[in-house]
Design a protein around this ligand. Sequence first.
Ligand SMILES: C[S@@+](CC[C@H](N)C(=O)[O-])C[C@H]1O[C@@H](n2cnc3c(N)ncnc32)[C@H](O)[C@@H]1O
Length: 185
Amino acid sequence: MALLHYPMTNRKGEPITTAVTNLDIHDIARSARTFGMKKYFILTPIDMQHELVGRILRHWRSPESQAYHPDRVEALSLVHLVHSFDEIKSTIQAEQGEEPEVVLTDARSAPNSVSYADYRRELSDPGRKKPALVVFGTGWGISEAFYPEVHRRLVPVYGPEGEEGYNHLSVRSAVAIILDRLLGK
Ligand SMILES: C[S@@+](CC[C@H](N)C(=O)[O-])C[C@H]1O[C@@H](n2cnc3c(N)ncnc32)[C@H](O)[C@@H]1O
């Protein structure tokens, strides 16, 4: 799975780069580990953000952290900090022998979106070879500039009010719900 901080949109729909938040590193890593992700990519093109996140990750890779918080260390070991989407694709290609199927998540509905039940069935097909990369956004959501990378799109998560109701989840909640729907027992 991947969490993008670029290319995002702001409240006016303009393209922006968002800042990485500490909660997104920790909480999403724990969901990623719980639901069996192979890797959790955090994408930001900004070097200063790499320094900051790198420092946090180094803290959680120290022998002291390993001794006091082994569960958290295990989850954070899935995190791969990258500068670009190409870096994610080439890492997956090198490890899995194939480029990933890129699956977009979004609170906005779009035609031809796949349901959780259908995509879950596809993922559990024992004959499936294609790696899947589920992509989550930050800010006001993923910019259309990213759409050429997208192969599939999951339907939004709706509450009891349905499509017309409020459905703006924090990305941390969206990750936990979506991974549970796709992979949970
Ligand atoms: C738009 S960002 C919001 C980030 C925000 N700053 C926060 O509080 O985390 C939320 C991301 O979570 C996912 N998301 C949020 N609500 C969703 C929904 N109802 N259905 C599917 N994905 C959703 C999408 O990946 C979206 O890009």
